[in-house]
Design a protein around this ligand. Structure first.
Ligand code: BTX
Length: 325
């Protein structure tokens, strides 16, 4: 890791108190004037650092600017986000992640952008990704699980998003199967899971996460206005993005590890507690049919469970659902 990374690490572990220039210079094996130059560089990046003679330095304020550095300090993960690819602007982080994965990027690599000019949703749909207003990121995973099991990662990710947003903000999100997060019935986040697999072996999975954080309703163009929202538009509060990303990564790592070690059942239960309008009548549209049923929950394998009018429980693996009232 770079000197600068260690410097920030030292400054943040002594948070609140001062750390002397001498101690920093001893620990980092660089001169005190080199330390001073690094401090000036940090200030250019948006840090506010207080330096007091004979006392030392402390960070007063960290910037809310997304970069590998800002995300990595204070990031409490073991493997997720240890490698970060950051773009100020890109067509789609999914594309960058696909390329990186083909070039053997390691498990846990995170691709993140300030802005996407051609963000993707499912089935060729577009995902609007305004500059610095949301979290636009893709996680590269190499799970030793079957492609069928890998589809559960979408549901897992939805519970992670719901948990983190509930904890960090005043909003109460709900999960709409299979991949939308809603606040006040409006879409604030989406998940796009893509994978490379052959028969029973998953090579890699790319989990794309888009969260609307600081847009105002004004920021959404006409057709989206009715159905889209952001954490800010629904809570009235600006949400700092870097800590949100850090919490998402930490919570994702914990949940993912538990999924690999002990399976899906904990996630299934949690998913159902967040489920949007569970128990209500829906229209299910699959590739083959359209029918009405009651939304019952999700199955152990991640399928949507519906109760048909004939009283049978049916598993739905892919498709779209909508509510009748
Ligand atoms: P989806 O197909 O479920 O949703 C796409 C639909 O949602 C669009 O057709 C539009 O109606 C609506 N929509 C578009 N942009 C927004 C927005 N910002 N907020 C709310 N609604 C919107 C959802 O697909 C999956 C989205 C994944 C996005 C991430 S961002 C990082 C990664 N890179 C990338 O290109 N995609 C993923």
């Amino acid at each position: 890791q770079s000197t600068r990374y260690h410097l920030i690490e030292l400054l943040t572990t002594t948070e609140g108190t001062y750390i002397s220039g001498q101690l920093l210079s001893d620990r980092l094996h660089i001169s005190r004037s080199a330390i001073w130059k690094h401090m000036k560089e940090l200030e250019k990046d948006g840090y506010v650092i207080e330096g007091i003679p004979r006392k030392g330095y402390r960070i007063v304020q960290s910037p809310d600017k997304v970069s590998p550095n800002t995300i990595q300090w204070g990031l409490e993960t073991e493997w997720l986000g240890q490698k970060i690819i950051h773009k100020t602007s890109t067509e789609s982080t999914q594309e960058i992640a696909q390329q990186a994965a083909r070039n053997n990027a390691e498990h846990g690599t995170v691709v993140i952008a300030d802005e996407q000019t051609n963000g993707r949703g499912r089935m060729g749909r577009a995902w609007k990704s305004a500059k610095n207003k949301g979290v636009w990121m893709s996680l590269i995973l190499r799970p030793a699980i079957t492609p069928a099991a890998a589809t559960r990662l979408t549901l897992l990710t939805a519970t992670v998003l719901a948990d983190v947003i509930t904890k960090q903000t005043a909003a109460a999100p709900a999960i709409k199967w299979p991949n939308d997060l809603l606040i006040n019935h409006k879409k604030i986040a989406g998940i796009l899971t893509e994978m490379q697999a052959e028969q029973d072996r998953t090579q890699y999975v790319i989990v794309g996460i888009g969260v609307n954080v600081n847009q105002t309703l004004y920021d959404f163009a006409a057709p989206l206005k009715q159905q889209a929202a952001s954490i800010k538009s629904e809570t009235g509060e600006d949400q700092p993005i870097v800590p949100l990303i850090q919490s998402l990564l930490r919570s994702f790592e914990k949940t993912y590890d538990a999924f690999i070690d002990i399976g899906f059942s904990g996630i299934k239960t949690k998913w159902e507690t967040y489920a949007y309008r569970i128990g209500e009548r829906i229209r299910v549209q699959t590739n083959q049919t359209v029918f009405e049923a009651v939304l019952a929950g999700i199955a152990d394998d991640g399928a949507l469970l519906v109760q048909t009018d004939a009283g049978e429980t049916q598993n739905v693996y892919s498709g779209e659902i909508s509510w009748l009232t």
